[in-house]
Design a protein around this ligand. Structure first.
Ligand SMILES: Nc1ncnc2c1ncn2[C@@H]1O[C@H](COP(=O)(O)OP(=O)(O)O)[C@@H](O)[C@H]1O
Ligand SMILES: [Mg+2]
Length: 247
């Protein structure tokens, strides 16, 4: 299978001596949904930052066999401009890239429709709920038509119900748009619900504990949470995390 991205023996030690990541290798298949799962502080955000080129590894390298993909990055906070409407927030990356304002706004309106916010184009971020702000943030990433979407605990601050809805919307967008997703989470159940493959990291410095092909059948609908295989997979992953992560 062709892959977008190869992580080769990545290691990162920060200038203050903190070893965040140790010898991480993985291949990210084109179009796949990957999760990077591990406890807080184990180096997950560091991996995403290295993939995005926002930081450089101490050892190893990030290889894009087919050339650097168009990336979208979604953070835990929606990071919207408070003074700008939803559509202006979404159009901004295009306008910065030189797309004429008219076209940028039209594409932004389309992206907002994709995330179910057609009726909220002129709303300011403070007029939107946390879940809706995250939808704007997702639309802002989608508008550039990313080939790889990097998501850093995007739903961790949301309530359970909103998080479940956004999980389902993300799966729908992924099946429609066919980008690859690298999804960082510390939630075992979220990783099992969303992913095709799950990379489990140890406690700091993050090392690869396991690379799991998720046996839960697709398409994922809320009912799959009730399947025995769903619980068995979550239990296996928890065992891996508990066994080797605790000191
Ligand atoms: N710029 C930095 N300088 C020093 N230490 C850092 C820096 N960024 C992250 N760290 C440390 O590296 C470890 C891994 O961080 P991070 O990748 O953010 O973990 P995670 O996203 O899994 O919670 C943590 O102990 C964190 O405190
Ligand atoms: Mg993090």
């Amino acid at each position: 299978m062709s892959h977008d991205l190869r992580l080769e023996r990545l290691a990162k030690t920060f200038p203050n001596g903190t070893a965040a990541l140790h010898d991480l290798s993985a291949e990210i298949d084109s179009g796949a949904f990957f999760s990077l799962l591990g406890s807080s502080g184990c180096g997950k955000s560091t991996v995403l930052r290295l993939i995005a080129g926002l930081d450089v590894p101490t050892h190893g390298r990030v290889v894009w066999p087919q050339g650097l993909a168009r990336l979208g990055f979604i953070f835990q906070e929606p990071t919207l401009m408070a003074w700008a409407s939803a559509i202006c927030n979404v159009a901004l990356p295009l306008e910065l890239a030189g797309v004429p304002v008219r076209d940028a706004r039209a594409r932004a309106a389309e992206a907002l429709a994709q995330v179910g916010l057609s009726g909220f184009t002129t709303a300011l971020p403070r007029e939107l709920s946390g879940g809706m702000q995250m939808r704007v943030s997702i639309a802002r990433a989608l508008v550039a038509q990313p080939q790889v979407l990097l998501m850093d605990e995007p739903f961790a601050a949301l309530d359970e119900l909103t998080r479940g809805r956004l999980n389902d919307d993300l799966l729908r967008l992924w099946s429609e748009c066919r980008f690859s997703v690298i999804f960082v989470t510390h939630s075992v159940f979220e990783a099992v619900y969303l992913s095709q493959r799950i990379l489990i990291l140890s406690a700091r410095p993050g090392r690869l504990l396991a690379d799991i092909q998720n046996p839960v059948p697709s398409p994922r609908t809320p009912e799959v949470r009730l399947l025995p295989v769903f619980n068995a997979t979550a239990r296996d992953i928890l065992a891996i995390l508990e066994d080797r992560v605790t000191c």
